[in-house]
Write a protein of this length. Structure first.
Lengths: 165, 276
Protein backbone atom coordinates (compact mmCIF):
# COMPACT_ATOMS: atom_id res chain seq x y z
CA UNK A 1 0.00 0.00 0.00
CA UNK A 2 1.40 3.40 -0.97
CA UNK A 3 2.34 5.99 1.65
CA UNK A 4 -0.38 8.29 0.36
CA UNK A 5 -3.05 5.59 0.78
CA UNK A 6 -1.82 4.87 4.31
CA UNK A 7 -1.89 8.56 5.24
CA UNK A 8 -5.40 8.79 3.80
CA UNK A 9 -6.52 5.76 5.85
CA UNK A 10 -4.96 7.19 9.04
CA UNK A 11 -6.69 10.54 8.40
CA UNK A 12 -10.08 8.87 7.88
CA UNK A 13 -9.58 6.70 10.98
CA UNK A 14 -8.71 9.77 13.08
CA UNK A 15 -11.73 11.73 11.92
CA UNK A 16 -14.02 8.75 12.53
CA UNK A 17 -12.55 8.22 16.00
CA UNK A 18 -13.06 11.83 17.03
CA UNK A 19 -16.60 12.09 15.62
CA UNK A 20 -18.95 9.24 14.69
CA UNK A 21 -17.36 6.28 16.54
CA UNK A 22 -18.71 7.83 19.74
CA UNK A 23 -22.13 6.64 18.54
CA UNK A 24 -21.01 2.99 18.39
CA UNK A 25 -19.52 2.70 21.86
CA UNK A 26 -19.71 -0.71 23.52
CA UNK A 27 -19.24 -0.93 27.32
CA UNK A 28 -18.15 2.72 27.33
CA UNK A 29 -15.33 2.30 24.80
CA UNK A 30 -14.95 3.01 21.10
CA UNK A 31 -12.62 0.98 18.85
CA UNK A 32 -9.07 2.24 18.27
CA UNK A 33 -8.96 2.15 14.47
CA UNK A 34 -5.45 3.59 14.36
CA UNK A 35 -4.13 0.73 16.49
CA UNK A 36 -6.02 -1.81 14.36
CA UNK A 37 -4.45 -0.31 11.23
CA UNK A 38 -0.96 -0.40 12.80
CA UNK A 39 -1.41 -4.05 13.87
CA UNK A 40 -2.58 -5.16 10.41
CA UNK A 41 0.18 -3.20 8.68
CA UNK A 42 2.77 -4.70 11.03
CA UNK A 43 1.55 -8.30 10.46
CA UNK A 44 1.83 -7.84 6.69
CA UNK A 45 4.95 -5.67 6.46
CA UNK A 46 7.19 -6.46 9.41
CA UNK A 47 8.57 -4.65 12.47
CA UNK A 48 10.30 -1.68 10.81
CA UNK A 49 7.24 -0.55 8.81
CA UNK A 50 4.91 -1.43 11.69
CA UNK A 51 6.86 0.68 14.16
CA UNK A 52 7.17 3.56 11.68
CA UNK A 53 3.43 3.66 10.96
CA UNK A 54 2.72 3.29 14.69
CA UNK A 55 4.91 6.26 15.52
CA UNK A 56 3.61 8.56 12.75
CA UNK A 57 -0.09 7.67 13.18
CA UNK A 58 0.19 7.88 16.99
CA UNK A 59 1.91 11.26 16.72
CA UNK A 60 -0.85 12.53 14.42
CA UNK A 61 -3.45 11.36 16.94
CA UNK A 62 -1.57 13.14 19.75
CA UNK A 63 -1.27 16.34 17.72
CA UNK A 64 -5.00 16.22 17.02
CA UNK A 65 -5.83 16.05 20.72
CA UNK A 66 -3.12 18.55 21.63
CA UNK A 67 -2.10 17.14 25.01
CA UNK A 68 0.37 14.48 26.15
CA UNK A 69 1.88 14.68 22.66
CA UNK A 70 3.95 11.51 22.15
CA UNK A 71 1.86 9.17 24.32
CA UNK A 72 0.26 7.26 21.45
CA UNK A 73 3.36 7.69 19.27
CA UNK A 74 5.45 5.64 21.72
CA UNK A 75 2.88 2.97 22.55
CA UNK A 76 1.79 2.40 18.96
CA UNK A 77 5.37 2.37 17.65
CA UNK A 78 6.36 -0.27 20.22
CA UNK A 79 3.31 -2.40 19.48
CA UNK A 80 3.79 -2.00 15.71
CA UNK A 81 7.38 -3.19 16.10
CA UNK A 82 6.52 -6.12 18.37
CA UNK A 83 3.61 -7.39 16.26
CA UNK A 84 5.76 -7.01 13.11
CA UNK A 85 8.33 -9.44 14.53
CA UNK A 86 5.80 -12.19 13.83
CA UNK A 87 5.39 -11.26 10.15
CA UNK A 88 6.60 -14.64 8.84
CA UNK A 89 5.32 -16.76 11.73
CA UNK A 90 1.68 -15.68 11.85
CA UNK A 91 -0.78 -17.87 9.97
CA UNK A 92 -2.75 -15.14 8.27
CA UNK A 93 -5.78 -17.19 7.23
CA UNK A 94 -6.68 -18.09 10.81
CA UNK A 95 -9.27 -15.63 12.08
CA UNK A 96 -8.76 -16.71 15.70
CA UNK A 97 -5.03 -15.95 15.62
CA UNK A 98 -5.67 -12.52 14.09
CA UNK A 99 -8.26 -11.82 16.82
CA UNK A 100 -5.87 -12.91 19.58
CA UNK A 101 -3.16 -10.65 18.14
CA UNK A 102 -5.63 -7.72 18.03
CA UNK A 103 -6.59 -8.39 21.65
CA UNK A 104 -2.99 -8.76 22.85
CA UNK A 105 -1.79 -5.69 20.94
CA UNK A 106 -4.55 -3.60 22.54
CA UNK A 107 -3.67 -4.81 26.03
CA UNK A 108 0.00 -4.08 25.32
CA UNK A 109 -0.58 -0.60 23.88
CA UNK A 110 -2.91 0.47 26.69
CA UNK A 111 -0.58 -0.99 29.35
CA UNK A 112 2.24 1.13 27.90
CA UNK A 113 -0.06 4.19 27.91
CA UNK A 114 -0.95 3.48 31.55
CA UNK A 115 2.71 3.22 32.50
CA UNK A 116 3.62 6.44 30.64
CA UNK A 117 0.73 8.30 32.27
CA UNK A 118 1.92 7.08 35.69
CA UNK A 119 5.40 8.43 34.87
CA UNK A 120 3.76 11.78 34.09
CA UNK A 121 1.94 11.78 37.42
CA UNK A 122 -1.51 10.80 36.11
CA UNK A 123 -2.92 8.24 38.53
CA UNK A 124 -5.96 6.20 37.57
CA UNK A 125 -6.95 3.17 39.66
CA UNK A 126 -5.63 -0.04 38.06
CA UNK A 127 -8.96 -1.79 38.65
CA UNK A 128 -10.78 0.94 36.67
CA UNK A 129 -8.23 0.69 33.85
CA UNK A 130 -8.57 -3.09 33.66
CA UNK A 131 -12.35 -3.33 33.86
CA UNK A 132 -13.38 -0.18 32.03
CA UNK A 133 -10.69 0.11 29.38
CA UNK A 134 -8.27 -2.76 28.76
CA UNK A 135 -10.68 -5.70 28.70
CA UNK A 136 -13.65 -4.15 26.81
CA UNK A 137 -11.35 -2.36 24.36
CA UNK A 138 -9.31 -5.53 23.86
CA UNK A 139 -12.39 -7.49 22.78
CA UNK A 140 -13.76 -4.62 20.66
CA UNK A 141 -10.44 -4.07 18.85
CA UNK A 142 -10.01 -7.83 18.36
CA UNK A 143 -13.42 -7.99 16.64
CA UNK A 144 -12.62 -4.98 14.44
CA UNK A 145 -9.17 -6.40 13.57
CA UNK A 146 -10.78 -9.67 12.44
CA UNK A 147 -13.40 -7.79 10.38
CA UNK A 148 -10.90 -5.46 8.69
CA UNK A 149 -7.97 -7.89 8.27
CA UNK A 150 -9.47 -10.29 5.73
CA UNK A 151 -10.58 -7.73 3.10
CA UNK A 152 -7.35 -5.76 3.62
CA UNK A 153 -5.19 -8.92 3.30
CA UNK A 154 -7.05 -10.13 0.19
CA UNK A 155 -6.84 -6.68 -1.38
CA UNK A 156 -3.06 -6.60 -0.84
CA UNK A 157 -2.63 -10.24 -2.01
CA UNK A 158 -4.66 -9.65 -5.19
CA UNK A 159 -2.71 -6.50 -5.92
CA UNK A 160 0.60 -8.35 -5.51
CA UNK A 161 -0.61 -11.21 -7.71
CA UNK A 162 -1.65 -8.80 -10.48
CA UNK A 163 1.76 -7.15 -10.26
CA UNK A 164 3.52 -10.49 -10.84
CA UNK A 165 1.33 -11.46 -13.83
CA UNK B 1 26.62 -6.12 21.43
CA UNK B 2 27.74 -4.97 17.94
CA UNK B 3 28.45 -1.24 17.63
CA UNK B 4 25.68 -0.45 15.11
CA UNK B 5 23.12 -2.20 17.31
CA UNK B 6 24.33 -0.27 20.35
CA UNK B 7 23.95 3.01 18.44
CA UNK B 8 20.41 2.02 17.44
CA UNK B 9 19.50 1.24 21.06
CA UNK B 10 20.96 4.58 22.23
CA UNK B 11 19.09 6.50 19.50
CA UNK B 12 15.81 4.72 20.40
CA UNK B 13 16.31 5.47 24.12
CA UNK B 14 17.03 9.14 23.39
CA UNK B 15 13.91 9.30 21.18
CA UNK B 16 11.73 7.76 23.90
CA UNK B 17 13.07 10.13 26.58
CA UNK B 18 12.68 13.14 24.27
CA UNK B 19 9.07 12.11 23.57
CA UNK B 20 8.37 11.74 27.30
CA UNK B 21 9.79 15.27 27.71
CA UNK B 22 7.40 16.56 25.01
CA UNK B 23 4.51 14.73 26.73
CA UNK B 24 5.39 16.46 29.98
CA UNK B 25 5.51 19.88 28.26
CA UNK B 26 2.17 19.29 26.56
CA UNK B 27 0.18 18.23 29.64
CA UNK B 28 -3.48 19.36 29.37
CA UNK B 29 -3.07 22.15 31.93
CA UNK B 30 -0.99 24.38 29.64
CA UNK B 31 -4.13 26.33 28.51
CA UNK B 32 -2.77 28.22 25.53
CA UNK B 33 -1.50 26.31 22.53
CA UNK B 34 0.96 27.42 19.84
CA UNK B 35 -0.26 29.35 16.79
CA UNK B 36 0.58 26.45 14.42
CA UNK B 37 -1.35 23.97 16.60
CA UNK B 38 -4.26 26.42 16.78
CA UNK B 39 -4.44 26.91 13.00
CA UNK B 40 -4.23 23.16 12.33
CA UNK B 41 -6.91 22.51 14.94
CA UNK B 42 -9.25 25.20 13.55
CA UNK B 43 -8.94 23.86 9.99
CA UNK B 44 -9.61 20.32 11.20
CA UNK B 45 -12.51 21.43 13.37
CA UNK B 46 -14.53 22.24 10.21
CA UNK B 47 -14.03 18.64 8.96
CA UNK B 48 -14.89 17.27 12.42
CA UNK B 49 -18.02 19.44 12.64
CA UNK B 50 -19.14 18.06 9.25
CA UNK B 51 -18.43 14.46 10.27
CA UNK B 52 -20.24 14.88 13.61
CA UNK B 53 -23.30 16.34 11.88
CA UNK B 54 -23.20 13.46 9.37
CA UNK B 55 -23.02 10.98 12.26
CA UNK B 56 -26.02 12.56 13.94
CA UNK B 57 -27.97 12.49 10.68
CA UNK B 58 -27.09 8.80 10.14
CA UNK B 59 -28.21 7.97 13.70
CA UNK B 60 -31.43 9.87 13.05
CA UNK B 61 -31.86 8.05 9.71
CA UNK B 62 -31.31 4.66 11.34
CA UNK B 63 -33.93 5.47 13.97
CA UNK B 64 -36.32 6.29 11.14
CA UNK B 65 -35.40 3.09 9.28
CA UNK B 66 -36.01 0.89 12.32
CA UNK B 67 -39.34 2.56 12.95
CA UNK B 68 -40.37 1.49 9.45
CA UNK B 69 -39.86 -2.20 10.15
CA UNK B 70 -37.93 -4.68 7.96
CA UNK B 71 -40.48 -6.79 6.10
CA UNK B 72 -41.18 -6.15 2.40
CA UNK B 73 -44.48 -8.07 2.42
CA UNK B 74 -46.43 -5.87 4.77
CA UNK B 75 -49.72 -4.47 3.55
CA UNK B 76 -49.82 -1.05 1.93
CA UNK B 77 -51.76 0.47 4.78
CA UNK B 78 -49.53 -1.04 7.35
CA UNK B 79 -46.59 0.39 5.43
CA UNK B 80 -48.27 3.76 5.37
CA UNK B 81 -48.78 3.61 9.14
CA UNK B 82 -45.15 2.77 9.64
CA UNK B 83 -44.10 5.59 7.34
CA UNK B 84 -46.25 7.96 9.33
CA UNK B 85 -44.77 6.61 12.53
CA UNK B 86 -41.35 7.28 11.06
CA UNK B 87 -42.35 10.82 10.27
CA UNK B 88 -43.62 11.20 13.83
CA UNK B 89 -40.22 10.02 15.09
CA UNK B 90 -38.53 12.69 12.97
CA UNK B 91 -41.00 15.34 14.14
CA UNK B 92 -40.48 14.24 17.74
CA UNK B 93 -36.75 14.61 17.15
CA UNK B 94 -37.31 18.17 15.90
CA UNK B 95 -39.63 18.83 18.85
CA UNK B 96 -36.99 17.59 21.29
CA UNK B 97 -34.34 19.67 19.56
CA UNK B 98 -36.66 22.67 19.73
CA UNK B 99 -37.32 22.09 23.44
CA UNK B 100 -33.61 21.63 24.04
CA UNK B 101 -32.77 24.92 22.33
CA UNK B 102 -35.64 26.65 24.16
CA UNK B 103 -34.28 25.41 27.50
CA UNK B 104 -30.86 26.76 26.54
CA UNK B 105 -32.45 30.13 25.74
CA UNK B 106 -34.43 30.12 29.02
CA UNK B 107 -31.30 29.22 30.90
CA UNK B 108 -29.44 32.04 29.24
CA UNK B 109 -32.15 34.59 30.00
CA UNK B 110 -32.48 33.37 33.62
CA UNK B 111 -28.81 33.32 34.40
CA UNK B 112 -27.84 36.03 31.93
CA UNK B 113 -28.01 38.60 34.73
CA UNK B 114 -25.55 36.59 36.81
CA UNK B 115 -23.25 35.34 34.07
CA UNK B 116 -22.25 36.32 30.58
CA UNK B 117 -22.65 33.18 28.48
CA UNK B 118 -21.85 31.84 25.03
CA UNK B 119 -23.70 28.92 23.43
CA UNK B 120 -21.40 26.48 21.60
CA UNK B 121 -21.85 23.32 19.57
CA UNK B 122 -19.99 20.07 20.24
CA UNK B 123 -17.98 19.27 17.09
CA UNK B 124 -15.71 16.44 18.20
CA UNK B 125 -14.57 14.20 21.04
CA UNK B 126 -11.21 12.89 22.15
CA UNK B 127 -10.27 10.13 19.64
CA UNK B 128 -8.91 7.91 22.43
CA UNK B 129 -10.54 6.14 25.36
CA UNK B 130 -8.50 7.55 28.26
CA UNK B 131 -9.89 11.06 28.54
CA UNK B 132 -13.34 12.64 28.29
CA UNK B 133 -12.66 15.79 26.33
CA UNK B 134 -15.00 17.47 23.85
CA UNK B 135 -14.22 20.12 21.25
CA UNK B 136 -16.52 23.13 20.83
CA UNK B 137 -16.90 25.50 17.89
CA UNK B 138 -16.12 28.64 19.94
CA UNK B 139 -12.65 29.98 20.68
CA UNK B 140 -10.60 33.06 21.54
CA UNK B 141 -12.40 35.07 18.86
CA UNK B 142 -15.65 34.58 20.84
CA UNK B 143 -14.09 35.55 24.16
CA UNK B 144 -13.48 31.98 25.37
CA UNK B 145 -10.47 31.46 27.65
CA UNK B 146 -8.97 28.52 29.55
CA UNK B 147 -10.60 27.54 32.87
CA UNK B 148 -14.07 28.84 31.94
CA UNK B 149 -16.90 26.63 33.26
CA UNK B 150 -19.23 24.87 30.81
CA UNK B 151 -22.83 23.96 31.68
CA UNK B 152 -26.15 22.80 30.21
CA UNK B 153 -29.57 23.48 31.79
CA UNK B 154 -29.39 20.08 33.57
CA UNK B 155 -26.11 20.86 35.30
CA UNK B 156 -22.33 21.08 35.18
CA UNK B 157 -20.50 19.77 32.10
CA UNK B 158 -16.84 20.66 32.63
CA UNK B 159 -14.27 23.37 32.10
CA UNK B 160 -12.30 24.75 29.16
CA UNK B 161 -8.71 23.45 29.14
CA UNK B 162 -7.31 24.62 25.79
CA UNK B 163 -8.33 27.37 23.40
CA UNK B 164 -7.50 28.15 19.77
CA UNK B 165 -8.87 31.04 17.71
CA UNK B 166 -12.13 29.32 16.67
CA UNK B 167 -12.41 26.22 18.86
CA UNK B 168 -11.78 25.09 22.40
CA UNK B 169 -11.39 21.82 24.32
CA UNK B 170 -13.49 21.10 27.38
CA UNK B 171 -12.61 18.48 29.97
CA UNK B 172 -15.85 16.85 31.13
CA UNK B 173 -16.39 16.23 34.84
CA UNK B 174 -16.56 12.51 33.96
CA UNK B 175 -12.85 12.60 32.98
CA UNK B 176 -10.68 10.76 35.52
CA UNK B 177 -8.37 13.82 35.68
CA UNK B 178 -11.22 16.16 36.57
CA UNK B 179 -11.76 17.42 40.12
CA UNK B 180 -14.58 19.75 41.13
CA UNK B 181 -15.09 21.24 44.59
CA UNK B 182 -18.64 20.23 45.59
CA UNK B 183 -20.99 19.80 48.52
CA UNK B 184 -24.03 17.71 49.34
CA UNK B 185 -26.85 20.25 49.40
CA UNK B 186 -28.84 19.18 52.49
CA UNK B 187 -26.09 18.06 54.87
CA UNK B 188 -23.59 20.67 53.56
CA UNK B 189 -20.93 17.94 53.41
CA UNK B 190 -17.96 19.10 51.30
CA UNK B 191 -15.93 16.87 48.98
CA UNK B 192 -14.38 16.65 45.54
CA UNK B 193 -16.28 15.24 42.55
CA UNK B 194 -14.07 13.05 40.36
CA UNK B 195 -14.77 11.20 37.12
CA UNK B 196 -14.59 7.44 36.67
CA UNK B 197 -12.82 6.08 33.56
CA UNK B 198 -15.27 5.44 30.68
CA UNK B 199 -18.35 5.82 32.93
CA UNK B 200 -20.53 8.68 31.69
CA UNK B 201 -23.31 7.73 34.12
CA UNK B 202 -21.21 7.64 37.31
CA UNK B 203 -19.17 10.16 39.27
CA UNK B 204 -17.68 9.88 42.74
CA UNK B 205 -17.60 12.34 45.62
CA UNK B 206 -14.35 11.70 47.47
CA UNK B 207 -12.57 13.01 50.61
CA UNK B 208 -15.75 12.93 52.72
CA UNK B 209 -14.97 12.81 56.42
CA UNK B 210 -16.14 9.58 58.09
CA UNK B 211 -18.32 11.53 60.55
CA UNK B 212 -20.09 13.75 58.00
CA UNK B 213 -23.88 13.14 57.95
CA UNK B 214 -24.15 12.65 54.18
CA UNK B 215 -27.21 10.66 53.00
CA UNK B 216 -28.45 8.82 49.91
CA UNK B 217 -30.46 10.82 47.32
CA UNK B 218 -28.96 14.14 48.44
CA UNK B 219 -28.27 16.57 45.62
CA UNK B 220 -24.67 17.52 44.93
CA UNK B 221 -23.83 21.03 43.73
CA UNK B 222 -20.61 22.95 43.12
CA UNK B 223 -19.18 24.51 46.27
CA UNK B 224 -17.61 27.53 44.60
CA UNK B 225 -14.22 26.70 46.12
CA UNK B 226 -11.33 26.66 43.70
CA UNK B 227 -12.23 29.81 41.69
CA UNK B 228 -13.20 27.98 38.45
CA UNK B 229 -16.82 26.89 39.02
CA UNK B 230 -19.46 29.29 40.44
CA UNK B 231 -21.29 28.07 43.54
CA UNK B 232 -24.58 26.17 43.28
CA UNK B 233 -24.40 24.52 39.83
CA UNK B 234 -26.17 21.12 40.06
CA UNK B 235 -24.01 18.04 39.45
CA UNK B 236 -26.12 15.00 40.35
CA UNK B 237 -27.65 12.97 43.15
CA UNK B 238 -26.03 10.52 45.55
CA UNK B 239 -26.97 6.90 44.86
CA UNK B 240 -24.56 5.01 47.09
CA UNK B 241 -22.19 5.67 50.00
CA UNK B 242 -19.33 3.43 51.10
CA UNK B 243 -16.53 3.63 53.61
CA UNK B 244 -12.98 3.57 52.31
CA UNK B 245 -10.81 0.60 53.41
CA UNK B 246 -8.64 3.00 55.45
CA UNK B 247 -11.71 3.74 57.60
CA UNK B 248 -10.95 7.48 57.67
CA UNK B 249 -13.05 8.71 54.76
CA UNK B 250 -16.18 7.87 52.79
CA UNK B 251 -16.84 7.91 49.04
CA UNK B 252 -20.26 8.60 47.54
CA UNK B 253 -21.38 7.47 44.09
CA UNK B 254 -23.19 10.17 42.13
CA UNK B 255 -25.58 9.80 39.22
CA UNK B 256 -25.00 12.94 37.12
CA UNK B 257 -27.93 15.02 35.88
CA UNK B 258 -26.25 15.65 32.52
CA UNK B 259 -26.43 13.01 29.79
CA UNK B 260 -22.78 13.14 28.72
CA UNK B 261 -23.31 10.73 25.82
CA UNK B 262 -25.71 13.08 24.07
CA UNK B 263 -24.18 16.52 24.39
CA UNK B 264 -24.95 18.64 21.35
CA UNK B 265 -25.03 22.27 22.50
CA UNK B 266 -23.52 23.62 25.69
CA UNK B 267 -23.18 26.98 27.44
CA UNK B 268 -19.79 28.47 28.26
CA UNK B 269 -19.83 30.87 31.22
CA UNK B 270 -17.63 33.57 29.77
CA UNK B 271 -17.68 35.81 32.86
CA UNK B 272 -19.59 36.50 36.06
CA UNK B 273 -21.32 39.87 36.24
CA UNK B 274 -20.39 41.72 39.45
CA UNK B 275 -23.39 41.97 41.78
CA UNK B 276 -25.41 39.62 39.54
Amino acid sequence: MSRFSLLFLVGIALILQSTVLHFVQVAGVKPDLILVLVVIHAILNGPRKGAFLGFMAGLLQDLLTGYFVGLNAISKALIGGLVGLGQYNIYKDNVLIIGVIGFGATLGAEAINYFLLLVLGVEIALREVLLRLLIPLGFYNAAVTVLVFRPYYHHISNKNMLRHL
Amino acid sequence: MPRTRLIKVIVAAVLVFATIGVMHLTAPERGNITRTEGTARDVLSYVQAGATTAGEQITRGLKLLFSWGNSDKIARLEKQIRQLRGQITVLKEYKLENEHLRRLLDYQSTFGQQWETEVAQVIARDPGNWFDVIRLNKGKADGVRANMPVVVPAGLVGCVIQVSEHSCDVRLITDPLSGVGALAQQSRTPGVVKGVLNSPHRLKLVYISKDDPIAKFEQVVTSGLGSIFPKGIPIGKIVNIREEPSGLTKTAEIEPYVDFNNLEEVIIIVSSRPGG
